[in-house]
Design a protein around this ligand. Structure first.
Ligand SMILES: [Zn+2]
Length: 254
């Protein structure tokens, strides 16, 4: 019986090594969308700045075009009033027409002032708009590169994961049915790799000292046991590498 348990421990130890690599891969895989969304956030911030600058630029451009039309209307009105001035017959009519012309000229002058300010503002807004557009385009390029890199990494990790899971399926076939059932039950209940070593009487999963009797049962290969605290499957830690007395270095057969 103990021979059987010992070989089961070996299988569980192999599964543990694979599980540790699988969990590391799964962690890295989980980080990929987090990393991508960080870059997406940066991109959307740049897009927002660009869109805001563009909206201001569009508004200014539109107002300037309207003002240009208004200016033509004033010029037209002034021209008509001046033509009319030639035809007036009375002093009264002359005074009224002159007042009208002056009034239109005053309005036109106000509009011209507004247009000068608009043009000067528009210079600044165009600068801002182009700058934010460049920054957005550049961020778009950077994002594309990051995304491509992360997609490739994702694909690579998925392939590694698949290979490890296939390997694990092969190894797990060597588990006897009781151990296999226990492994699958523990896997579904605990976080992280379900098999941990017990070293110097301590569960390395939860760092709790286990009862000496249980520890001795594990070391004596009397059965596959769980940690009473974290529920993980306990296997004995491999013996520390023996020191070669001649060289003072660990011997290889540990
Ligand atoms: Zn534990």
């Amino acid at each position: 019986m103990s021979q059987g348990v010992e070989s089961q421990y070996q299988v569980l130890s192999d599964i543990k090594k694979l599980d540790e690599r699988i969990f590391r891969l799964q962690n890295s895989l989980r980080n990929i969308p987090i990393e991508l969304s960080k870059h997406e956030k940066e991109l959307s911030q740049k897009r927002l700045v660009f869109e805001e600058a563009k909206a201001i630029y569009d508004k200014h451009t539109k107002r300037l075009r309207e003002a240009e039309q208004e200016l033509r209307v004033f010029e037209d009105k002034i021209k008509k009033a001046e033509d009319k001035l030639m035809e007036v017959k009375t002093n009264e009519a002359y005074t009224a027409a002159t007042a009208e012309i002056n009034n239109q000229k005053g309005e036109k002058s106000k509009l011209e002032d507004e247009m000068l300010k608009l043009m000067s503002d528009l210079d600044k807004e165009t600068e801002k708009f182009k700058q934010s557009q460049d920054q957005f385009k550049s961020e778009e390029g950077t994002f594309g590169e990051h995304k491509q890199k992360l997609d490739a990494e994702n694909k690579n990790l998925q392939q590694q994961l698949k290979a490890l899971e296939d390997e694990k399926t092969g190894v797990a076939e060597k588990l006897e049915s009781a151990a296999a059932t226990l492994y699958s039950r523990v896997s579904s209940r605990v976080a992280g790799p379900p098999v941990v070593e017990v070293s110097q009487g301590m569960c390395t999963g939860c760092r709790i000292k286990i009862r000496p009797q249980l520890y001795n049962e594990i070391l004596g290969f009397t059965g596959v046991k769980q940690c009473p605290s974290c529920g993980k499957i306990l296997i004995p830690a491999p013996p520390k590498a023996a020191m070669d007395p001649a060289s003072g270095m660990p011997t290889n057969g540990a």
